[in-house]
Design a protein around this ligand. Sequence first.
Ligand code: DNO
Length: 355
Amino acid sequence: MQMTIRWFGSGFDVVTLEQIRQIPGVKGVITTLYGKLPGEVWQKDEIAALKAAVEAAGLTIAGIESVNIHDAIKTGASERDAFIENYITTLENLGEAGINLVCYNFMPVFDWTRTDLAKKRPDGSTTMAYDQSVIDSIDPNDMRSLLERQSNGFVLAGWEPERLAKLKELFTLYQDVDEAKLRANLKYFLESVMPVCRKYGINMAIHPDDPAWSVFGLPRIVKNEDDLLTLLAMVDDPRSGVTLCTGSLGTNPANDIPGIIKSLKGRIHFAHIRNILRTGPGRFEESAHLASAGSLDVFAIMKALFDAGFDGIIRPDHGRNIWGEKGMPGYGLFDRALGACYLTGLWEAIERGGK
Ligand code: DNO
């Protein structure tokens, strides 16, 4: 198991590599070229500069989150082959640089969705929360302004303003895309990129839908164990795997995460571990990582990973905003550092306990 922290890059992240390096047990970062739009090629010199910055701080790049996928690929539009070519070139350039983990998602229009980015908790911290009744009562075109008002001036991961400026157009693009079509488009994409992944040993790790149900009537195909097993069988190559995101899958109480870990054995390339507190049907808020702080049994999750022989990359996921930090919602330093230590501690105890 390798513990990492997500870092958005100089100029985008207010958390520094120097701070990350001082978190016990963390030797690598999960990073990205944050300014890139889906569909653009990541050039070799840009990747080299990112790598040099991380390595100069005494860390390594453990993987990329995300190389985002252009909507033409997700919708199967006629320009998709050109964008897939670009994606392959990006993978080649990453592979040449020795980077071999790429997290991506296949969510239509919106990436992860929240309705409140700074919900006050009883202990005075703030956290991100979701309430389906808010989504049901607003026009999807208002989502952008709802989140931008609360984002402390940061661009949220996967919420590129350039794309969201064209929301109406995006919804039109997806109007004939149902789950079956989205799945077929994912298959087409994965089959196209597998040869380059095999060549460079790159693991593709799809991120589950967050929340794990349809939002604004859009199709969702990575919501539960059946979806995950279907997509793994559909392109049955060990290079095509999963990002086990507990906070996403855990939004649906029917998802038994330790059970899912067991059945995905060997195909989990990356794990995002965090806890959430379910506060009612279709409602949840992000809690501290501790098992006792939320609805997910984080100990049982780590134990299931250990028992499945997981030896991949983990990161703590969203943190609450604590100690007055002015951070990107979900991605401040303090609570994620606490999360990393807790998860590393659990792992150490499980590993030693087993001996
Ligand atoms: C949010 C993240 C997502 C995730 C992408 C993966 O915090 O979990 O933006 O990175 O869905 O492509």
